[in-house]
Write a protein that binds this ligand. Structure first.
Ligand SMILES: *Cc1c(COP(=O)(O)O)cnc(C)c1O
Length: 481
């Protein structure tokens, strides 16, 4: 064995972590068919309680999360998830509910959903909202279905094309295709903004929508948004806002006021609920008045002082079992209430400030393709200045692990070669930002004097440099042979 044995490999026959009570119910002969019964004992590790505790504690120490380090993963908004959100989500009156309980028994939960919808509508400038979708991509699919239902209801059947800029998050074209619509890609202008002439040439009577995130995936605010909205609307299309990363705009500007008709949010990014590892998430979708009738059923509605579920006859139908990921909604609602309007505004302002602080501090050390612009909540640099030493973006990301940082997002957005996309979020101190900046500068220096140490990094992690293709295609995810 060329690695440290895991604790459970050290078990000894007869060791026990707990004593189970002796079976005191009669075992009915034949209850379990013979062929389902074990002939031999399962080869399970036998360990004492402290060994089990140490095993899981050691595993947890191998995990990197926002709770144990700086995690500037661009486009993912790995901001701190306040503990108060967790405390509220664990109230038994919320965590022990069953979705099939009668409405009289779940008025409090329905009030939370109703109020959360209201708050998110206010933040986005929308007239209606569904909380059903379980992720950002699920929100996109839902939003596109709403757009399709809107066009079809108006008997405008030709509108089957969705325009997506080449800087878009990969889920945008994927959701479009999944919704049975056609993707029309338009190239961005050299400064990363939408090329208005290319947009004019792309729109037509078959345009269902333009999907555009603002700030764009380059971390830049699209200042031409009103002209863009006009072009799309005049062609009869709708504007879709990918609001997965709304961390720059809360309380500053609203998609609804920019001319957008549909928006999805990622509660598990902007609204500070935990994410990573596959869920659960929540991707609410907001719409302008004209699209409200198509929202998924059922909608939580208030009549007098009672909350009820209401169906709309034109609805696209349900998009999830029951009512979505309620625990995530509770966390997001707790976050919004704790922050308040001015708190959310301050969070966005600080997120933007932190990203610009890093951008300015690293310009010169690293290539900055948009050096002449302020960025929003994230900034994009590249490894171009390190290429002469044979050091590329992947190497820098791996080396950051040795310095104790989670690497930024790399090679995205794809329209920037060798991109390094840094999103510090608002919850980091100046000292943390300075520490990260210093690490990035140290790595740049190492590149010029000892590139090999970067190209073979990481050196301090349990698993070293992997073959990323093999790791993705043939992952070894189980212990033993
Ligand atoms: C994260 C993200 C998504 C997808 O959200 P999921 O919850 O992972 O499905 C979509 N668009 C953008 C811009 C994102 O950053």
């Amino acid at each position: 064995m060329d690695r440290q044995p895991l604790l459970f490999e050290l078990g000894k026959p007869g060791r026990r972590a707990v004593d189970l009570p002796v079976l005191d119910v009669p075992v009915k002969e034949g209850l379990i068919p013979e062929n389902y019964c074990r002939q031999e004992k399962a080869p399970l590790p036998e360990l004492s309680q402290i060994e089990v505790v140490r095993h899981y504690t050691q595993l947890s120490e191998r995990t990197f999360g926002v709770d144990n380090g700086f995690y500037p993963l661009g486009s993912c908004t790995m901001k701190y998830n306040p503990v108060v959100n967790e405390a509220v989500a664990r109230y038994p009156g919320l965590s022990s509910l069953h979705p099939l309980q009668p409405v009289e028994e779940v008025q409090g939960a329905m009030e939370i959903m109703y109020n959360l919808k209201g708050a998110l509508q206010e933040i986005t400038g929308m007239d209606g909202m569904t909380l059903e979708p379980a992720a950002g991509a699920h929100g996109e699919l839902t939003g596109l279905k709403l757009i399709r239902a809107y066009h079809r209801d108006r008997n405008d059947l030709k509108r089957n094309k969705v325009i997506v800029p080449d800087s878009a998050h990969g889920t945008n074209p994927a959701s479009t295709a999944m919704c049975g619509m056609e993707v029309v890609e338009i190239k961005s202008a050299a400064d990363g903004s939408i090329d208005l002439e290319a947009l004019k040439a792309a729109v037509g009577e078959d345009t269902a929508a333009l999907m555009l995130t603002n700030p764009t995936t380059l971390g830049l605010f699209e200042h031409k948004i009103e002209a863009i909205a006009k072009i799309v609307h005049e062609a009869g299309g709708l504007l879709y806002y990918d609001g997965a990363n709304s961390n720059a705009i809360m309380g500053v500007v609203r998609p609804g006021d920019m001319g957008y008709d549909v928006v999805h949010l990622n509660l598990h990014k902007t609204f500070s609920t935990p994410h990573g590892g596959g869920g659960p998430g929540s991707g609410p979708v907001g719409v302008k008045k004209a699209l409200v009738p198509y929202l998924p059923n059922p909608q939580v509605v208030k009549t007098g002082d009672k909350y009820i579920w209401q169906d709309s006859p034109k609805s696209i139908g349900k998009v999830i079992g029951f009512n979505g990921n309620f625990g995530v909604m509770v966390r997001a609602y707790a976050y919004i209430l704790a922050m308040g309007g001015t708190g959310l505004l301050r969070a966005s302002e600080d997120a933007v400030l932190n990203a610009n602080y890093i951008k300015k501090a690293l310009e010169g050390t690293y290539d900055s393709p948009f050096a002449d612009k302020f960025c929003m909540h994230e900034c994009v640099l590249t490894s171009k200045l390190q290429h002469e030493y044979g050091v590329h973006t992947l190497d820098i990301a791996k080396r950051l692990l040795d310095y104790g940082y989670h690497p930024p997002t790399i090679y995205f957005p794809m329209i920037v070669e060798e991109a390094i996309m840094i999103e510090p979020t608002e919850t980091e101190s100046k000292e943390t930002l300075d520490g990260f900046i210093q690490a990035m500068k140290d790595i740049a220096k190492e590149a010029s004097i000892n590139a090999e140490v970067i190209k073979t990094a990481p050196h301090t992690t349990i698993v070293g440099r992997m073959d990323e293709t093999l790791a993705a295609r043939k992952p070894v995810v189980k212990w033993g042979d």
